[in-house]
Design a protein around this ligand. Structure first.
Ligand code: BDR
Ligand code: CA
Length: 320
């Protein structure tokens, strides 16, 4: 590892795979995790704060500043994902309650403070609905001068999960995602197209689950909770999920991106929350007859080197 660590802030809804992202960020020497901010998503925001503090304590990083953020999306109600993340948002593993409380400042205030205080421009890594980020950009637009880029987990080029076409983080707060796209800084979209492919093999999950190190046992149980297998095999594999977006910050060469126009469908109805990614090689009839519309270009992850990210994540969390 050469050079200085990249200053990063994770905005999350911990969240089984958000926890895997936090574990990685805490332990990777190439990252300087300056703060973690919490938003309602996988579970209610108080649950997200509790889970985040627990994970950081288990990871041996109890001093990283944590703040509570938005308790609901800008317009939509909260619609949690308990069927994926358990009633407590952490797979109902019975993890200990944290011993500390979050900072006495809200997430937007902490984001602003840490971004502007960083000696080097910060990389923001939202792994959750974009409510906090939208509020930040609208309340303190000056922060963009010290944001290097935003690498967010959200959206999908092809198939959604919350709906046939919409990915959960964007669907949960589509207006916030639309605000994010206008941030005016480089943006990488680590969407479902790559997110769902990064799976830790069963033997590795099993090794973690039987580790003598409590935080690795926790990681193993979290991975097992995200077993995507449908084969009925009793030995679980585990999806890295949000952790892949953090891998993409450390090792951008592990994903293949294309610089493409992206917009969020804000219409009511079946497309709401869809990220519409224009992959056409040339303008179509709409542009020919009605003119080009101004669109935001995003680096969209289309391919991922699965083995490379699994190896990166495992070697980082297991070196403790
Ligand atoms: C996203 O939604 C949540 O369930 C995960 O934590 C991830 O951020 C995937 O759609
Ligand atoms: Ca998440």
């Amino acid at each position: 590892m050469t050079g200085q660590p990249i200053p990063v802030i994770i905005d999350c809804d911990t969240g089984v795979d958000d926890a895997l992202a936090l574990l990685f960020a805490v332990h990777h020497p190439g990252l300087d995790l300056r703060a973690v901010t919490c938003v309602a998503g996988n579970t209610d925001v108080d649950g997200v704060v509790r889970n985040t503090l627990t994970v950081l304590e288990q990871a041996g990083a109890p001093d990283i500043p944590v703040a509570r953020g938005a308790e609901r999306p800008l317009i939509e109600p909260v619609r949690t994902a308990a069927h994926v993340h358990g009633q407590d948002g952490m797979g109902d593993l019975g993890l200990p309650a944290p011993t500390r409380v979050p900072l006495d400042v809200d997430a937007v205030t902490l984001l602003r403070r840490e971004i502007l205080a960083s000696p080097r421009p910060v990389t923001l890594i939202p792994t959750a609905p974009l409510t906090n980020i939208a509020l930040l950009l609208r309340t303190h637009p000056e922060v963009v001068r010290n944001i290097e880029r935003i690498v967010f987990m959200g959206g999908a080029v092809a198939t959604g999960n919350a709906t046939p076409v919409a990915e959960f983080n964007v669907w949960h707060d589509p207006e916030a995602a639309a605000v994010l796209l206008t941030a005016g800084v480089p943006i990488t979209m680590y969407g479902l197209d790559v997110f769902e492919r990064v799976i830790v093999p069963a033997a590795d999950v099993q090794r973690l689950r039987t580790s003598s190190e409590p935080s690795l046992r926790m990681a193993g149980e979290l991975l097992a909770h995200r077993d995507p297998a449908t084969s009925g095999d009793p030995t679980p594999t585990g999806g890295l999920g949000d952790a892949g977006a953090v891998c993409a910050v450390v090792d951008p060469g592990g994903i293949t991106t294309a610089h493409l126009p992206v917009e969020v469908s804000l219409s009511p109805g079946p497309t709401r929350g869809q990220t519409i990614v224009d992959r056409r090689p040339r303008p179509g009839e709409s542009e020919i007859h009605e003119g080009e519309r101004e669109l935001t270009f995003v680096d969209v992850a289309l391919e991922v080197d699965v083995e490379r990210y699994v190896k990166l994540w495992l070697s980082t969390v297991e070196q403790i």
